[in-house]
Design a protein around this ligand. Structure first.
Ligand SMILES: Cc1cc2nc3c(=O)[nH]c(=O)nc-3n(C[C@H](O)[C@H](O)[C@H](O)COP(=O)(O)OP(=O)(O)OC[C@H]3O[C@@H](n4cnc5c(N)ncnc54)[C@H](O)[C@@H]3O)c2cc1C
Length: 450
């Protein structure tokens, strides 16, 4: 599309002259998002060194330190400023593959095990927030997923039946005729509600997690790039960083979709994990009444499109957040703002004149199977690949990878196993993503999805 057309659309879908803040809505909070002891020198050694300070890394750190072992968390930037404070805050514990697809690929018993673990992980997150006193607006508001076609509605109906056979699931269908009780749109052909899904404020959750981690005695260092991990002697590693070396008993890699291509430390994971960008917009203040009129049950929302959109009220219920694919890799351009605004207006045509206050993007990590993984390779432990559902999985699998590395618990998770398969012809630069997205867009178009 030409720049002139883009500008025309931009004016149509955004308030002229309104400045869109290119940073996460979740960062504008009073709670601290930064470690405090950052200026001190690195310790010479730690029983555990964790590379990456997002939900995975901090959750692993907390699990280990509470077993009485010393832990150092190193992050190349500000901890949490990877995906962990950029996400939509929908707490689903979902995996990409539906229960029926998972059954088809791996068998019914495994599909049941994975979906049961999703319930367990989400409940554990709620318990964790309550025990740690983390005030992060955790609300089990349920999620409505709009069907983009009648065929999708039928598949959702079968899925709901299957899910309800696994303890903890509360899924039911809402027909197109009743849809307005859930959402003020005619876009969908009905949809599925899952009552057990919820949402939180990712920034407040991260801040609370960081506080617990620091109070428990974990040393967290920002702006410390880990370059490499080398073997010293059996049971000892040397972690080479931009601020010196640290000897470690064990190392956990929690760099997920921010592993990057630059450093040797990411060599093994980056061939197995594809980072895809997801972009989010947040509207101007709409007022609680307006948001409630559009989203009467104030749930989390999604749709069945291949180029999936997720949306929700912000925790104060004053704005609407919507996320989907990104056209950009680093910073969101106007093209992404326009694209997302257009998606919002397709759902809620009355928001055509509303302004967008925030837009940002971040990386989401996919393995070849689109399933999360925890594994060990060369005595280094990994957890990654949450495929856009890491608010639940990253904290849970951070805990599980820590237990694995400490040798407590024998089959810690359905996702524990050998390293995931490498992606052919790929070494960390996802050159094929634009083609995949075009293919998905075509599939959506052919079935009448937007
Ligand atoms: C836009 C967006 C929307 C999302 N929405 C949702 C949602 O609604 N619901 C949901 O469940 N999930 C969502 N997710 C996914 C979720 O946010 C992630 O799965 C989760 O935060 C991953 O946490 P993590 O700790 O594994 O990784 P991150 O938080 O990305 O942490 C990895 C860290 O590793 C550090 N690092 C990388 N390399 C090095 C190195 N060499 N040395 C030191 N440090 C290094 C990085 O600086 C980074 O801080 C979304 C993600 C994005 C980007």
């Amino acid at each position: 599309m030409s720049d002139v057309k883009l500008l025309g659309l931009y004016n149509k879908f955004n308030t002229k002259g309104h400045k869109v803040k290119r940073s996460a809505f979740w960062w504008d909070i009073e709670e601290s998002l930064a470690p405090v002891n950052d200026q001190e020198k690195l310790p010479l050694e730690a029983e555990f060194v964790i590379v990456g300070g997002g939900y995975t890394g901090l959750s692993a750190a907390l699990t280990i330190v509470r077993q009485g072992q010393s832990v150092l968390v190193l992050d190349s930037g500000l901890p949490g400023f990877g995906a962990s404070t950029r996400n939509g805050g929908i707490c689903s514990g979902q995996i990409r593959l539906s229960h029926s697809k998972l059954t088809h690929k791996f068998g019914l018993a495994y599909a049941d095990e994975v979906y049961a673990e999703g319930i367990q992980a989400r409940l554990d997150l709620a318990k964790f927030c309550s025990e740690e006193g983390i005030e992060c607006n955790f609300q089990m508001a349920g999620r409505f997923t709009g069907a983009m076609s009648r065929a999708d509605y039928e598949s959702q109906s079968h899925e709901a039946e299957r899910l309800n056979e696994i303890a903890g699931h509360k899924a039911y269908m809402v027909s197109k005729a009743d849809q307005h009780n859930e959402i003020a749109t005619d876009l969908f052909h009905g949809g599925m509600v899952r009552e057990e899904i919820g949402g939180f404020h990712p920034g407040k959750f991260f801040s609370g997690l960081l506080k617990s981690v620091k109070e428990a005695g974990v040393i967290v260092r920002s702006n410390t790039v880990v370059w490499d991990v080398i073997d010293l002697s059996p049971g000892k590693k040397s972690v080479i960083t931009s601020k010196g070396k640290v000897n470690a008993g064990k190392v956990i890699i929690a760099t997920n979709a921010y592993t990057g291509k630059q450093h040797r430390v990411g060599k093994f994971l980056r061939r197995r994990l594809v980072p895809a960008q997801s972009c989010i917009i947040v509207t101007e203040r709409l007022g609680v009444e307006k948001v409630k009129a559009l989203m009467p049950k104030l749930r989390m929302y999604g749709n069945t499109a291949k180029l999936y959109s997720y949306f929700r009220p912000t925790p104060d219920r004053d704005r609407i957040l919507l996320g989907s694919r990104s056209f950009d890799r680093q910073e969101p351009t106007d093209r992404s703002v326009i694209y997302l605004k257009r998606k919002l207006v397709q759902i809620f045509p009355e928001l055509g004149a509303c302004a967008i206050d925030y837009c940002w993007l971040g990386n989401v990590g996919f393995t070849r199977t689109q399933m999360p993984v925890i594994f060990e390779y060369n005595k280094i432990y990994y957890a990654a690949g949450y495929a856009g559902s890491g608010t639940v999985w990253a904290r849970w699998l951070g805990k599980k990878v820590a237990e694995t590395a400490m040798g407590i618990g024998n089959r810690p998770s359905a996702f524990y196993g050998p390293p995931p398969a490498a992606v052919p012809l790929y070494d960390g630069n996802p050159w094929f993503l634009p083609a995949v997205q075009r293919y998905f867009a075509l599939r959506d178009w052919t079935k009448g999805a937007y």
